[in-house]
Design a protein. Structure first.
Length: 403
């Protein structure tokens, strides 16, 4: 049974996960480790040695749990402001005319879609075919086996600043490991939390992490747009620390224990105790003030997310709604707040579920990346002949049919 190992680098936690396909669209988790992250901020490596140690610690613990001597390769999620995607088109004549389209034709037309769209300072991270057109027919997900004279493709090409991508690769090679494949973080989160029906209808995944928020828009059964916002739950904690004159630890405690994303309906008589810096003991404060601070920052994140979706042109193409995940989505009232920001769409918050029905809080990215590797049958890498992570191309349509 094929197994993959995933590293999902977050701003506060890093997940190392080993998984196998259990059939019926489910994953069998062989092992999972969470460790504190070091050297990551807003999806960017700011301390290479710290990130390398984080990865090494996570993979050593995972290898121990799996009874292995070492793990020498991993699938790595990557995002941040330096990584972005664009829809590109490719074309290939089928010769002789009306012959049956093969997987080789598909790989060649996907490669054509990437050609000429990669500036010298950027590296390809991932290419996801969105749909194919045979002759002048309708878009289809899989053209293999169809007769035709020409083949067109729309692909979502994800690229990153060269130095940014190379730092992620270097974080593994410093400890004599290699990147098996990069997976775009927003895509991984979307695959980890959205249902097949939501992806088919069109939906938005908003993964609110500690230091960034990843947004993925699925339309037409595939990834249509994605980006990262350099703000997340840690910004809320920082706001509380500054405005309440409390330590970061106290601010985080208050956010988790007493906070909610909407301040409406909280009585002015509802009080909490706050340990302010320089004070001998806790002081009472209106809980509503705490929640107003939280709401202000979370509403800002939500508005920026909506603005990005509006700019992409897909806001009216996602009747499946908005799905919130990540640590920030655990705030009480978050669904109501985002419901105000996206009044035209249904909104839900949730986490992926493991076999046995347990919630996997903060693991949408890691699980989605594992699903992408193990459950996509649209792997064109063997056709390309390349062995580098940059040569690997997969679609997601077969995954959706198995979810």
């Amino acid at each position: 049974m094929k197994e993959c190992v995933v590293i999902d680098l977050g701003g506060s936690k890093t997940v190392a996960l080993a998984a196998k396909s259990a059939g019926d669209g489910k994953l069998q988790i062989s092992g999972m480790i969470r460790v504190d992250s070091r050297g990551m901020k807003k999806g960017t490596i700011v301390d290479l040695d710290g990130v390398a140690r984080t990865i090494d610690t996570a993979l050593r613990h995972l290898a121990n749990d799996l009874g292995k001597e070492t793990i020498d390769a991993a699938v790595v999620t990557i995002s941040g402001a330096q990584v972005e995607g664009v829809t590109v088109q490719g074309f290939k004549p089928i010769i002789p005319k009306n012959r049956t389209i093969t997987s080789q034709d598909v790989m060649e037309v996907v490669n054509h879609s990437k050609a000429g769209f990669l500036p010298s300072e950027r590296l390809q991270v991932q290419t996801v075919p969105r749909g194919f057109r045979v002759d002048d027919g309708k878009m289809v997900m899989d053209p293999v086996g169809l007769p035709g004279s020409k083949l067109e493709v729309n692909s979502y090409l994800i690229t990153g600043q060269g130095a940014h991508v190379q730092l992620f690769e270097r974080a593994l090679t410093l400890n004599h490991r290699k990147v098996d494949q990069f997976i775009f973080g927003p895509l991984a989160s979307g695959l980890g939390i959205l249902t097949a029906d939501e992806i088919a209808k069109g939906a938005i995944c908003i993964d609110i992490g500690a230091t960034k928020t990843d947004i993925a828009v699925f339309a037409g059964g595939s990834l249509a747009f994605a980006c990262s916002i350099p703000a997340g739950g840690d910004n809320v904690t920082s706001d509380l620390s500054q405005l309440l004159n409390a330590s970061l630890e106290e601010s985080e405690r208050l956010k988790v224990a007493e906070g909610q994303a909407l301040s409406n309906g909280i009585s002015e008589r509802d009080a909490i105790d706050v340990q302010q810096q320089g004070q001998p003991g806790p002081r009472p404060m209106q809980r509503r003030v705490l929640c107003e601070i939280i709401e202000s920052r979370m509403r800002e994140i939500g508005r920026i997310a909506k603005l990005q979706v509006e700019k992409s042109g897909y806001l009216k193409s996602v009747p499946g709604g908005v799905v919130l995940t990540g640590g920030g989505a655990k705030l009480k009232g978050i669904e109501e707040l985002f419901g105000q920001i996206f009044p035209e769409l249904p909104v839900r918050a949730g986490e992926p579920r493991l076999l046995g029905g347990k919630d996997a809080v903060g693991m949408a990215g890691a699980l989605g990346a594992a699903q992408f590797i193990l459950q996509s049958q649209d792997d064109l890498s063997t056709i390309s002949g390349g062995e580098s992570w940059s040569d690997k191309v997969r679609g997601i349509w077969s995954m959706i049919s198995r979810k």
